[in-house]
Write a protein that binds this ligand. Structure first.
Ligand code: ADP
Ligand code: MG
Length: 451
């Protein structure tokens, strides 16, 4: 590799040209036409590369190569061989080197299939979705870094790709790098081996968005962590957006240096949770959209799956795929509850699901539906929305559990038998008169797996 900086090369070449001129080896007209317009591009060991504009110049230089070498050797005080190149060749070499660098570093690993459009938003992921969208729209301004944590299969990777795809579409001039933590380690290890680590670091520092997935996997990699730490600091201090995912909260990351963890906590950390029934149901509907089987699957089957497999979205998808696979195998006319029960009859998540109703489950379902707390529906509050939800919960307890009114009263803040009875009557009438109420009750019942 060259040890000469550009200024030195210019000065060496100017002195050489001066010597050539003074030697009067060339006619001044030839010197001015063919020799002056040249540069000393580089010196590698004892080989000097001289660049000239055209093939014609190159011919003149090649014809008197020994003389040129002698003059340059005098200036440099060492024996030098010259190679004459025309400008075009050098440009091509430079371009190919830059292309190789780009290919190593900014390999585009964004998956088109994960977007904000096909990400279903519900209570469990509302915060992380909002924060991700905000970062995609206004990078580096509000939440930097954004740290999304949550168990496996809840949509963290989906959100990262969604950010990348959004930026690609709406701000095409911005550079986005999605990288899985283990791929980051491989990249660092390989580029140290290939001696391209400086180029890799430079390229990462040039991105506008760094999306780094499953950071907990950086844990045991000392050297890579150090490199990541430096890159991370540079990006953040240049207001470049960094978004990190992890399957645990930043404060619980083990094996990652505390100075790095404390930096992670300086932005915004948001959790992502298991989907509630509605979100799980909507995800299933989305995943089924446009598939041939869509028309065959009955609503109650999706409810059945949403109720049993919503610990994480990956399991939900897995259950749906399993159902579809079996339907291709057995080709039923319709995919109904009976078929689903048969498909999942040996699956522990389905078999061990507790279908039995309890007052607690009813209260919980009603509260979730109306966005209330259990204390609110048990309270004495007469606020319309609260008392309406309370009447519905009471109605459901009586209808599906057939509990005595006094027992239900005890479960709802010690109300007496007649109050509960009038709540039940009121609701029974209202269902007949008011479609909205009937629909709301229907939805809560299907969530509870009763109807
Ligand atoms: P994680 O990275 O948290 O382990 P993923 O992002 O890989 O989870 O999600 C697992 C699967 O679930 C993916 O196929 C993803 O598309 C899907 N998924 C997760 N959350 C949602 C959601 N809210 N809407 C639609 N699909 C989702
Ligand atoms: Mg993931």
């Amino acid at each position: 590799m060259s040890t000469y900086v550009k200024n030195n090369l210019n000065s060496i070449w100017n002195q050489t040209l001066q010597l050539i001129k003074e030697s009067q080896f060339f006619d001044p007209a030839v010197f001015n036409a063919y020799i002056v317009d040249s540069t000393l591009y580089d010196v590698i060991d004892d080989v000097a590369i001289i660049v000239v504009p055209l093939n014609l110049n190159k011919k003149v230089f090649d014809d008197c190569l020994p003389f040129l070498q002698q003059k340059l050797s005098e200036v440099m005080d060492q024996n030098i061989k010259c190679e004459i190149k025309i400008k075009k060749e050098i440009n091509e070499i430079n371009a190919s080197q830059t292309a190789v660098k780009k290919e190593i570093i900014l390999e585009d690993k964004l998956l088109d299939k994960y977007t904000f459009d096909n990400f279903i938003v519900g209570q469990s992921n509302r915060e992380s979705h909002a924060a991700a969208l905000s970062c995609a729209m206004t990078p580096g301004r509000f939440f930097n870094p954004l740290f999304i944590f949550g168990n496996s299969g809840l949509g963290k990777t989906h959100l990262l790709h969604a950010i990348g795809n959004y930026v690609k579409q709406n701000q095409p001039d911005k550079k986005v790098l999605y990288i899985y933590s283990e791929d980051f380690i491989t990249l660092v290890v390989n580029s140290i081996k290939d001696k391209t680590i400086e180029e890799v670091k430079e390229a990462i520092c040039n991105v506008d968005y760094l999306l780094i997935d499953d950071i907990q996997r950086l844990a045991q990699w000392g050297r890579s962590q150090e490199i990541f730490f430096n890159l991370y600091n540079k990006l953040i201090s240049n207001d470049k957006q960094v978004i990190i995912t992890s399957d645990i909260h930043p404060s619980e990351l083990k094996g990652i240096e505390t100075r790095l963890i404390s930096r992670f906590s300086s932005g915004l950390s948001v959790g992502i949770d298991s989907p509630e029934f509605e979100t799980a149901y909507a995800i299933l509907e989305k995943k089924l959209e446009g598939r041939q089987e869509e028309v065959l699957v009955q609503r109650e089957v999706l409810e059945y799956i949403a109720n049993r497999f919503s610990a994480d979205v990956r399991s939900l998808e897995g259950a749906l795929n399993n159902l579809i696979f079996k339907s291709i195998l057995f080709n039923p006319d319709i995919i109904d509850l009976k078929f689903a029960i048969e498909v999942f009859k040996e699956n522990p998540a389905a078999v061990n699901h507790d279908d039995s109703l309890s007052v607690m489950r009813i209260k919980k379902a009603v509260c979730e539906f109306y966005g209330l707390t259990r204390q609110q529906i048990e309270s004495k509050s007469r606020t319309k929305s609260i008392s309406n939800a309370r009447h519905i919960a009471i109605y459901l307890c009586r209808k599906h559990m057939d509990l005595p009114f006094s027992k239900i009263g005890a479960e709802f803040g010690g109300r007496d038998h007649s109050t509960i009875m009038s709540s039940f009557d009121k609701m029974t009438k209202m269902i007949k008169q008011n479609d909205m109420t009937a629909q709301a009750i229907g939805k809560i019942e299907s969530k509870l797996g009763v109807s």
